[in-house]
Design a protein around this ligand. Sequence first.
Ligand code: F6P
Length: 531
Amino acid sequence: MTVTNYSPTDTPAWRNLETLSQAEADITITQLFDTETDRVERMSLQAGELFLDYSKNRVSQNVLQQLIALANESNLFNHRDAMFCGDPINSTEKRAVLHAALRSERADLPSEQGQSRNEMIKQQLEHVRQVSDKVRDGSWQGSTGKSITDVVNIGIGGSDLGPKLACTALSEFSHPSINVHFIANVDGAEILTTLASLDPETTLVAIASKTFTTQETLLNAKTTLNWFAEKIGLKNAQTSTHFIALTANPTNALAYGIPESQILEFAEWVGGRYSLWSSIGLSIAITIGFQRFSEMLAGAREMDLHFQSAPIDQNMPVILALLGIWYSNFLGAQSTAVIPYCERLKLLPAYLQQLDMESNGKATTLEGKPINYNTGAIVWGQTGTNGQHAFFQLLHQGTRLVPIDFIAAVKDSLSNDEHHRVLIGNMLGQSSALMRGQPAPKDQPHKHYTGNKPSNTLLMDSLSPKNFGALIALYEHKVFVQGSIWNINSFDQWGVELGKNMANELLGSNLDHSQLDASTKKLFDHISKVP
Ligand code: F6P
């Protein structure tokens, strides 16, 4: 049943949680362990090969019960069903949100303007398979008949972060002789340095852009076109086999000159930050092969099914989301840290920043009303053990509350026993130390560790394509659950428009300097004076 005029703060559960946040403010996590003998069993979950221990949280069984009640009193479950059914839940853009369909075998997806969505997904995936197979087996050739050794993915935001993360995370399975490069920033130093190390005859450029209008991507693509012309005299390289477009806007890609057969489409209802499962994932399929790309989709699918069917108190994304809400809305946390103890997941925090902050950094309800409670947290982090020698000081002894997600693979075939034991030992040592703390020795208050610092620990059996897919889908659904409870649209991103427009205005030839704010004018003046 849909709750009309829903606001999370009007629910009984929200009020109970407010009361509990005061009443239980002095109870520490270690005290909870002392009183709840079965705490670890109650507060750990398995989904596929992902294991979550969330017992090290400042959450009593009372709080947990009320958090679950909050989910039940919200529109979460209707909203979830609406998403999987293809209802246009992205209300401001009037679009369905169906990235999960890209990894589903469902045959009953509603068709779109008379076209079967299932057929469309199959064809698009098949196109990814064909192209990635050809590049990998050497039969995709450049204009001089040579096979491809380097793929340059030009894209930004979701057209960069997901594929780049996946290729790095799954580098264990990389093709031995094809290198994939990612160019996102419009900073010329980035693309020019990369191109300087490449041979145009063996380079394939994938222009990855949902809209095919993004300024940075189009400028980087233009620079690449010039490079082909200068280096090997190949004019209009976009019409050659050196260019591929990955886009939901085939009209623009065609107009750009990319041959139709080299345009790998995906649908409008795949959001940019959810697009690694679509043809935007071509670089992943080239790197790890289509079979493993399919395994990644299957892992995500497994998490979709878990999210759709696991009881609420056993539902991993729901539990993670509720814990985040507890810290943001009731305990005053402003941020949350993600710390993978796995160097191949070093890009996960950056990926999650877009996924979470672009989705839930909102201050307007679904009904268009201003919001008076906190929504998306600031997401940050980097790998352990590196972070231990950088920001962990603040986590242990600083004044801010920062809930943490620790993530690790139990087994790592690229490592060895000695390294892996030390790596995992450090992670477990840190989470335990953060929770337990330590009293100060006499006259040494600077050695006081208050403890009571909360964390989740998420373990994958190994960093396989399947588990990686499940991990990303887990966070997608966590973000979705939070957005549903906060009653916001997690699928638009109007916040990025104003800055884009302003930059375009500043770059325009008709810029009227007298209209600039004083600070920006001063900066312009300074820049123009540097010789
Ligand atoms: O500006 C934000 C954004 O629209 C992201 O949501 C998106 O992932 C990125 O820009 C890139 O957009 P596109 O894939 O259309 O080039």
